[in-house]
Ligand binder design. Sequence first.
Ligand code: ZN
Length: 257
Amino acid sequence: MLNYNDTTIAYLVVLVILIISGMLSTTAGIVIILIITLLYVSLLVIASARIQMNFHIKAINRGSKEKAKVALTFDDGPDENTTLRILDILEKHKIKAAFFCIGSRIEKNRGILKQISDRGHIIGNHSWSHAFIFDFYLPGKMVREIEKTDAIIKEITGKEPEYFRPPYGVTNPFLSKALKRTGHTVIGWSLRTFDTMKNKQQVLNKLETEISNGGIILFHDTNPETAELLEQAIDIIKNKGMEIIRLDYLMNDEFTE
Ligand SMILES: [Zn+2]
């Protein structure tokens, strides 16, 4: 499996060989270096945006493919308009899920966070700001965001989060360094529903065609349409003979990737 350290070492070794062999003084050598550098940078960009590649960070992106079980996850809350509606639907269907919450939103919706926890769901850390430039922060600043979010979750629920999901699912060497310090288990996903971008029918179609055993499904509890489609989504999953279980139980199954 490709990872950041091995790829960077390989790139540097090729670079040194080209320099030592004197190829840098030739046009062909310069072209080769430019192509290799372009490939290296492209790989870094693609891998940073795809958490499933486990390039910068080892993330858990699914459970066992052998078992007809999946887990639901909801990002970016707690939301004052939608999270409680989602909690009610989950309770009606006796489903426990995982909510990756943003610290600054928790501050405004403390009661909702408490309800998520009291109703038996998992609360994960999804950074304090979820800032668009989060991935450009230095490790120290990332650590402060993550720890501040852990602290408010612990203050309200009494439990310290074990899991972290990177904002936008983007990973990089700085985040890798930060997470080595905070010690969180990193959670990705196997199926992103794009519920904040697609219409309800498109989301349901995607679920119908792409769901598979061991799936970790990504929704957003900030999106009113997600609350509207959730019962149908649950029906689709159950009609495929799949059981919806809480993320930590799914993770206890043997991983296949
Ligand atoms: Zn998010």
